[in-house]
Design a protein around this ligand. Structure first.
Ligand SMILES: Cc1ncc(COP(=O)(O)O)c(C=O)c1O
Length: 389
């Protein structure tokens, strides 16, 4: 597959056809593979041949999915995981050692924060955080044992934008890895490797599936780094199932058209919310009022599918707003065909202290909407009636 266009890469990257000459890739539900003879088996286990041995190591469906993501992200190699969090955990577990240190943006997914704060410290791996408006201070956080700068952009749930090129340059200057969770943007909107990322991680559960059906994750990057992640994973077992890989690979075929529509509707919803009297502020990367609008325009093709806004009246008004929603779903997922509303202060981020919540932009009245593929008029009407109820 040698097209430079992501739409074609997403569709025309396909494993070899079988003797049945099927048009669409078949599903390979097999846990293991057979060998011609003892020598074939020996050479395969000695890594002298590139072939499938056991589906914890590789599987044709998983390979197809990984190859697509690599092409779309501009990466050399990748490995697919059972979930986004298994991708995040396995990447750090494979690459870091005891006494290593991470410098991370404070605004990252909740379970990744738990990994950094509660799980990695069991192996004496520590993390220092910077706030999204503190990029000038990052160098002061870098220690001799710092191995990684970690970031998500746009951030969850406050939809802030981080300067990926600046972070990439900083990582290079200090000879440390730059790892980006690109889940909110997808490779269609933003390719962090172009800005200096060494590794890119995705929760494929979100927009890559796009229909709220399966869990999955993937890490892509350079051959050397992925080889370490692969060896760790082939022995510890976080592999993506062939069925989920098949679903995800099929879903990638429609990713660009889905994302175009998500973004088009999200901008319309953001503009509507900005004009509403019961809304204090709206955060959407491609709204001119977004504090990092110019940066978002440089880094991203379109503004993404997530809109955050603050209802007037604080935490109680946020809960009341959610109770008034009729069409949209109250659910923990995002990046689905179905639009989803969440109230982070009373749910996903309720366990954080108010100070930490405010540091990451989560005010009492903040609502996050994952804009789905329903007609934008219906999404807007539901939000309108809930705001006016
Ligand atoms: C930015 C981000 N990274 C990682 C994850 C974890 O992914 P998963 O739920 O597939 O484990 C999520 C899940 O919401 C996420 O939003």
């Amino acid at each position: 597959m040698n097209s430079k266009h992501i739409e074609t890469q997403a569709i025309r990257t396909q494993i070899d056809r079988t003797q049945f000459l099927e048009h669409s890739s078949p599903l390979y539900l097999t846990s293991s593979y057979v060998f011609e003879d003892a020598e074939d088996m020996r050479a395969s286990f000695a890594d002298e041949k590139e072939r499938n041995i056991y589906s914890r190591y590789s599987n044709p469906n998983t390979s197809e999915f990984v190859e697509k993501v690599c092409l779309m992200e501009g990466a050399e190699r990748g490995y697919a995981f059972a979930s986004g969090m298994s991708a995040v955990f396995s990447t750090f577990a494979a690459l870091l050692s005891s006494e290593d240190h991470i410098v991370s943006c404070r605004s990252i997914f909740g379970s990744t924060q738990t990994l950094f704060n509660n799980i990695l410290p069991k192996w004496n791996i520590s993390t220092s955080y910077f706030k999204i408006d503190e990029l000038d201070n990052i160098e002061s956080l870098i220690q001799p044992n710092t191995k990684v700068i970690y970031a998500e952009s746009p951030t969850n749930p406050a939809v802030d934008i981080l300067d990926l090129k600046r972070l990439g340059d900083l990582a290079k200057k200090h000879n440390i890895l730059f790892i980006v969770d690109n889940c909110f943007a997808t490779p269609y909107l933003q390719q962090p490797i172009k800005f200096g990322a060494d590794l890119v991680i995705h929760s494929a559960t979100k927009l890559m599936d796009g229909q709220g059906r399966v869990l999955g994750g993937v890490t892509v990057g350079t051959v050397n780094l992925i080889q370490k992640i692969y060896l760790f994973s082939r022995n510890t077992g976080p592999a993506l199932s062939p069925f989920n890989a098949w679903v995800l690979s099929k879903s990638l075929e429609t990713l660009p058209v889905r994302i175009d529509r998500h973004c088009d509707s999200a901008l319309k919803v953001a503009e509507f919310l900005e004009s509403h009297d019961n809304v204090n502020f709206v955060k959407y990367p491609f709204l001119k009022s977004h504090p990092q609008y110019d940066l978002a325009k440089q880094q991203m093709k379109l503004g993404g599918s997530i809109v955050a806004f603050e209802v007037k009246g604080g935490i109680e008004a946020g809960r009341k707003f959610l109770n008034s929603i009729k069409l949209l779903s109250l659910s923990a997922n995002l990046g689905d065909t179905r639009s989803i509303v969440t109230h982070p202060a009373s749910t996903t981020h309720a366990k954080l202290t108010e100070d930490v919540r405010l540091e990451t932009g989560i005010t009492g009245g903040l609502i996050r909407v994952s804009i789905g593929l329903e007609h934008p008029e219906d999404i807007i009407n539901d939000l309108k009636q809930a705001l006016e109820n």
